[in-house]
Design a protein around this ligand. Structure first.
Ligand code: ASP
Length: 324
């Protein structure tokens, strides 16, 4: 027994020593549970660039996409808890525990919360071939094509899924939803005319809207956005869907049990990244807002996600959608 305790003490010292050296120049993997080239991937790559300067280590983005983010989330929950595997994900952290009857991870007990990153509005966009040039005409077109409208999303639990659910329930129409591994492939199909509509984060749609490649119908915030490319798009609220509001947030996580000194180093690097003028400028150019200092605190982050689970629970239950 004594020998065992001594070994455990040595192990603790060694782990502690490693934690002090973290990251020691070794690359860190940042898992994004959605397809490459999409809105969350975009945030992750910009964040990785801003954080790696501070950490003195390369951050490699790993797109483990599918099942509305739950595959990537599960991968990080099971990863070695040494700080070299992180998860960057969005509101899906709070919607999936409500939407999935069974998940292989627990959002509260399998992760260390490292702080939030940003808030991102969404836009309702249509394929370029649609005749409707404004929300009123779009609404009429949806009414006339009941049952035939295709709405893309990034899988059950994704932001586009949530936005689409709320949109259909407000309009009291049912659309055919087409799931993808992220909205990067969904937007590619929208451009090709295979799907009609998509509700997607501005971190993915701003460039397409600016280049006039898609039809923008509305933003999902209560106030119009100030980003130059998005400022003339009406809100859904002013277009007749009173109080319609969906804003997506991103946060950073590590597997449960990652040593405290390692978590502190990552959180410190996150704080520095969120003050990086280059990062802030990129986010603002895409309609996103970097969070305030309070929300970068791990305890606040966790409290926020728990509150979001409580907020979305009744909405999702009322819509009656579940996945296995
Ligand atoms: N964030 C997802 C992505 O990056 C899209 C979504 O949640 O709708 O593809």
């Amino acid at each position: 027994m004594k020998k065992l305790l001594a070994l455990a003490a040595i192990a603790a010292v060694v782990t502690g020593a490693h934690a002090q050296d973290f990251p020691g120049g070794k690359p860190i993997t940042m898992v994004v549970p959605f397809a490459a080239g999409g809105p969350t991937d975009r945030v992750a790559r910009d964040l990785a660039e801003a954080m790696q300067k501070e950490l003195g280590a390369t951050i490699v983005v790993d797109n483990t996409a599918g099942a509305g983010s739950t595959i990537g989330n599960a991968k990080v929950a099971r990863a070695k808890n040494d700080g070299y595997t992180l998860l960057l994900t969005h509101v899906g952290m709070a919607t999936t525990p409500v939407l999935y009857r069974k998940l292989s991870y627990n959002y509260e007990t399998d992760f260390e919360y490292l702080g939030m990153v940003n808030d991102v509005p969404m836009t309702l966009i249509g394929k370029p071939q649609l005749e409707a040039n404004n929300f009123k005409d779009l609404r009429d077109w949806i009414g006339k094509n009941s049952g035939k409208v295709n709405l893309g999303n990034a899988g059950i639990g994704s932001a586009s899924h949530l936005c689409g659910l709320l949109f259909q329930s407000e309009l009291k129409v049912e659309m055919t939803t087409v799931p993808y591994k992220g909205t990067a492939p969904a937007i590619a199909d929208l451009l090709g005319g295979q799907i009609d509509l998509l509700c997607d984060q501005t971190t993915n749609t701003t460039g397409q809207i600016e280049a006039k490649k898609v039809k923008p119908y509305a933003v999902t915030t209560l106030k119009r956005l100030s980003t130059p490319a998005l400022k003339d798009i009406p809100t859904l609220d002013e277009s007749g869907l009173k109080n319609f509001q969906v804003t997506i947030w991103h946060g950073l996580y590590a597997p449960k049990g990652t040593p405290a000194p390692v978590l502190k180093k990552i959180n410190d690097a996150l704080k520095v990244a969120l003050k990086d003028p280059n990062f802030i400028k990129k986010q603002e150019g895409l309609g996103a807002v970097v969070v305030n200092d309070k929300r970068v605190e791990p305890a606040e982050h966790k409290k926020f996600v728990q509150a979001e689970v409580a907020r979305f629970g009744p909405v999702i239950k009322a819509a009656g959608v579940y996945a296995d």
